[in-house]
Design a protein. Structure first.
Length: 125
């Protein structure tokens, strides 16, 4: 398997998470995930394009003015990819949320499943 395949999948993943409008999110999710693809982290467990798009829209609503960025190297083998990420303030560069995701890819390179882990989250009052 080509490393480019992993990098392409992760790039599409970040395109979806950083899309701004509902239409752009829907298009990016369709490009990145299979129709029955899943996303699971400590706060969400969804399937299908609509479910994934709703989670992304929810993150945008909770963290306006932030963007998801890769953190560290992308590592992959077979159909599995792992990588770190951070949620960065466009205004000041702070990163209140940091995580790590493991993605399973389909034969066409789209995401079948994401298992997400949150390493740092903001304190809640």
């Amino acid at each position: 398997m080509s490393e480019n395949r992993y990098e392409t999948a992760v790039a599409r993943y970040f395109e979806a998470w950083n899309a701004e409008s509902a239409d752009d999110i829907a298009k990016a999710v369709a490009a990145a995930w299979t129709e029955d693809g899943t996303y699971t982290d400590p706060l969400a467990d969804v399937a299908g394009h609509e479910g994934v798009a709703a989670v992304i829209a929810g993150a945008h609503a909770q963290f306006p003015g932030f963007a998801f960025r890769p953190l560290g190297a992308i590592d992959g083998h077979h159909d599995i990819v792992r990588f770190g990420w951070e949620l960065v303030s466009v205004a000041d560069g702070s990163a209140p949320v940091v995580g790590f995701d493991v993605i399973a890819l389909s034969e066409d390179g789209r995401i079948r499943s994401v298992a997400g882990f949150l390493d740092r989250v903001p304190a809640t009052a």
